[in-house]
Write a protein of this length. Sequence first.
Length: 475
Amino acid sequence: MTALDASIVNISLPSIARTFRMPIGGAVQWVIIAYLVVIAATLLTFGRLSDLVGRKRVWMAGLAIFTLGSIFCGAAGSIEELIAARVFQGLGGALVFAPSLAIISEAFAADRGRALGLNAVMLAVGTSVGPTLGGLITDHLTWRWIFYLNVPLSVIALLASHRVLPSSGARTREPLDVPGAALSAVGFACLTLALSFSQEWRAARLLTCLVIGVAALVAAGMVERRSRYPIVDIALLRDRVLASALASMTLAMLALFAVGFILPFYFEELRRFSIIESGLLLTPLPVAIAVVAPFSGTLADRVGSRWLASGGLALACVGLFLLARLDETSTVGDIVWRLVVTGLGQGLFQSPNARALMDEAPPGQQGQASSLYATGRVIGQSLSVALAGAIFAGLGGASAGRALAVAPSGTVASPDVVALQQTFLVGFHGALLVCAAVAAAGILVVFVRGDERPAHAATQSEAERAAHAHVRPGR
């Protein structure tokens, strides 16, 4: 549901801009950015909160807030009201995202990889149907129904969660580290803002935001090291497997999220496909993820994650290189099979990697581990858009694409149009090749982790680790 919301709203921005008589840039961008900033800023805090008060409580509260936020978004009478409602909805989304992997890992300790693979299927389905569904709703109803669609889905999820999820009381009697939470929120909010506006803001404003973000995160790290009850236990990051899984996930998102960002420019500006066609052409990638993720997760329960995750990233890296060979004459079949290769690699990587991270986290700290993974994912996605956008624009692809979008179409392209196409492809290819290089770096990070404990050993030691999770020496 939250994955569906994240992918469905983008396509409605032009309609929202027309409703409030505003340009697509400027304030309308905050409909997307405000939601992302709130999620990035609060994930770690809500992950720790789920360890303290119980994951079911946090999850249910998130669903309720997300539902109310969706209603407020649909009923917004001005762009300011819509942005405020998206902030509120983002709080609900973060409360849902933060403990999600911990809830799955706790409920399916014996076959954790398979369960995480099925979770990846749901994320992929939401991502794949979002753009097409959003286009259909916007065309035949109004953009407001994009938000109202969340309401029945959220109510069903609330009822199902209440019946299915086991009750979870408070895990530990510890206070929440408010200074650490505030500093990490400021740091990740500023970092996400700077990445989101890296193409629009002037250098002074961008640098100021980055400096504030980095300084806040450094200060948060110092506070956390001294805190008796930190938001994130720094000792978690000293675990080689956990740190490798977190870093490789961030790099994977940095490399692969750009595909969904940059391909719509290729489809709509260079190839003149419609928005609906563009959305449909993007679906092979998440569909491929959905097909392979459960199988890779199940296999990871038996053989571990190292070779599956590295092999998946290697296949995704090859897919990115293949996508970088698309041009103005590529057929739909050429596009589809390249996206399938990339999606198969991503699906092969995701479930085993998530399983490796959650297996290494003590039961009393799995909320922290889950929120770390979600934060790494969000930051990787933000970095991906900023990096790909900067390369694409810096090599002239963005300006060439805008010119191509308004150029007259014909059976024979003029020399000027051919030149624009070549410039566009230089930027397009450059962005994807850099992303492929990032994916290659991620392969090395996976190998660094070594071999994690076998699945049966991890399951047998859960109770023992739970007993130690509540004993924290003074600092």
